[in-house]
Design a binder for this molecule. Sequence first.
Ligand SMILES: Nc1nc2c(ncn2[C@@H]2O[C@H](COP(=O)(O)OP(=O)(O)OP(=O)(O)O)[C@@H](O)[C@H]2O)c(=O)[nH]1
Ligand SMILES: [Mg+2]
Length: 576
Amino acid sequence: MKPILTHEQEALLKQERQWLIDLQVVLAKLGATAEDQTTLSRSIQQLDELFLLVVVGEFNAGKSAFINAILGQPLLKEGVTPTTSQVNILKFGETSQRQIQEAHLHLLQEPIELLRRIHIVDTPGTNAVIREHEAITEEFVPRSDLVLFITSADRPFTESERTFLSQIKAWGKKVVLVINKIDIFETEAEVSQVVEFVRENATVLLGTTPEIFSISARRALRAKQGQPEQWSGSGFESLEGYIHDTLDDTSRVRLKFLNPLGVGDRLVGKYAEITGNRLALLAEDSETLANLARQLDLYRDDMERDFKFRMSDIENLLYDMEKRGNVYFDEMMRMGRIFDLINKERIQRGFQTQVVADLPRSIETKVNELIDWLVNADLKQWHGVMDYLSQRKQEYEDLIVGDVGGNFRYDREHLIDSVGKSTQRVVETYDAAKEAEKIAARAQMAVAETAAAEAGAIGLGAIITALATTVALDITGILAASVIAALGFFVIPARRRAAKKEMGERVTALRTQLSTSLKAQFDKELNGSLQRINEATAPYTRFVRAEQDKLQQTQTELTEAKKIQGRIRAEIEEMV
Ligand SMILES: Nc1nc2c(ncn2[C@@H]2O[C@H](COP(=O)(O)OP(=O)(O)OP(=O)(O)O)[C@@H](O)[C@H]2O)c(=O)[nH]1
Ligand SMILES: [Mg+2]
């Protein structure tokens, strides 16, 4: 930078540079757009360059004419149609030279003293039919240290100028307003009227009253080129006074320092907003997932409660059998039935038909019902998850997350979508009959294992039959043997009691076996069902958590950046 910096200024510059570099890192991590990252790195480079005074305005406002007048020579082309089609940077050079630096960036060197202290930039006009011109200028604005905003006296402060001016403001630029072509007015009063109009509107828009100059570039150039009588009516006296005197070394250094700070600050604001939006969206995602978790908890509770009811139905079947057994023994073990008692076969058959009766089939039916219920509940739960996810997705569709940078939106939507799809696939390919069959086979195995029976191809009913028959055999065995051994008046009632007790114990054992193994099986199935659902939504859950952590970190960093920015800005503004 041309003006020699004081020690304090050097130190401040170092701090600022560090701040900008730190911000660069944060923005890169956040996935800021390439455009924004370039803007930031350009404005860092710019700290080393000379003060850049950028002249902007609508086409035909007289930007090129104004610069010609400042420099005292018609160096730039003027015209009534959109004329300037690239950015022209004017710098000092011992000889006049023109170079094309980039497609829309020309460098003009002229041996003019003023250009040793500041570089002046002519830009293409905005609001022309050639939209590209506007884009070129908008892209250049972040690089400026001071913006001279030229408006034409015949159409001061148009709607498009308002828009453009607020953009410049957003970049944190200092703006000076210049009303050109005041030579079109007959009286001073008309000039004052336009100045007043521009002042009022600009103050509302910018929040402060900017410097405003009313000039005639045409008269000023003529004055400098041999018509001195034009000077007083050109308004250039005070404008040039401002450029030469008010923009002294310190003011220029201050503006120069503030420039990248303003750019950085704007980007901090922009990305803080995006981060905030994303976090808000993720909070809703979290809520969605918490709701899903609550639904699954409820599902588990409901299932467990229902299972208890269904299990007690099955247990009641066994109680009923015990009751039938008691009746049977009362009926059978009497002296009057002594001949029946001697016949072991008959006792067994009687026990089989009257006590065991259709218990195995009833239990099998109940267990099958239980399995169907389990399968349907599982399917219903998948449906619930799927419906819930797709409904949430619908709700989010209209939300603007800030498409800027990174794959956040894509990743997130992609995930919700794929989780939703995989859930849907589960629902669509769910074969309830096959599921039930699998569970039935597993239940049968479980019961068989505890009963030490062979599961194989025989059904659950057969296993129960085997169990119940064992009970019958055992009891009738004791019964018949003892009856034959000692027929007695007291013996029979005693045997009857023993038989009843024995049967009670056997039935209890059977009940315990059955309910323990069915409960264990049920727990396994329910846990499996819940686990499958959790696994299906896990990628979404993981994304939400990871993204939340990352964004919270970014948010902290941006808040910190904002704070440091404020401190550096205060120091720059106090600089003397
Ligand atoms: N009456 C009058 N006309 C002016 C003045 N300054 C410029 N003009 C005319 O306004 C027209 C546009 O001037 P330019 O300097 O080409 O305007 P510009 O803002 O650079 O336009 P673009 O390059 O197209 O964006 C030209 O015809 C100039 O002669 C002035 O002070 N008074
Ligand atoms: Mg021009």
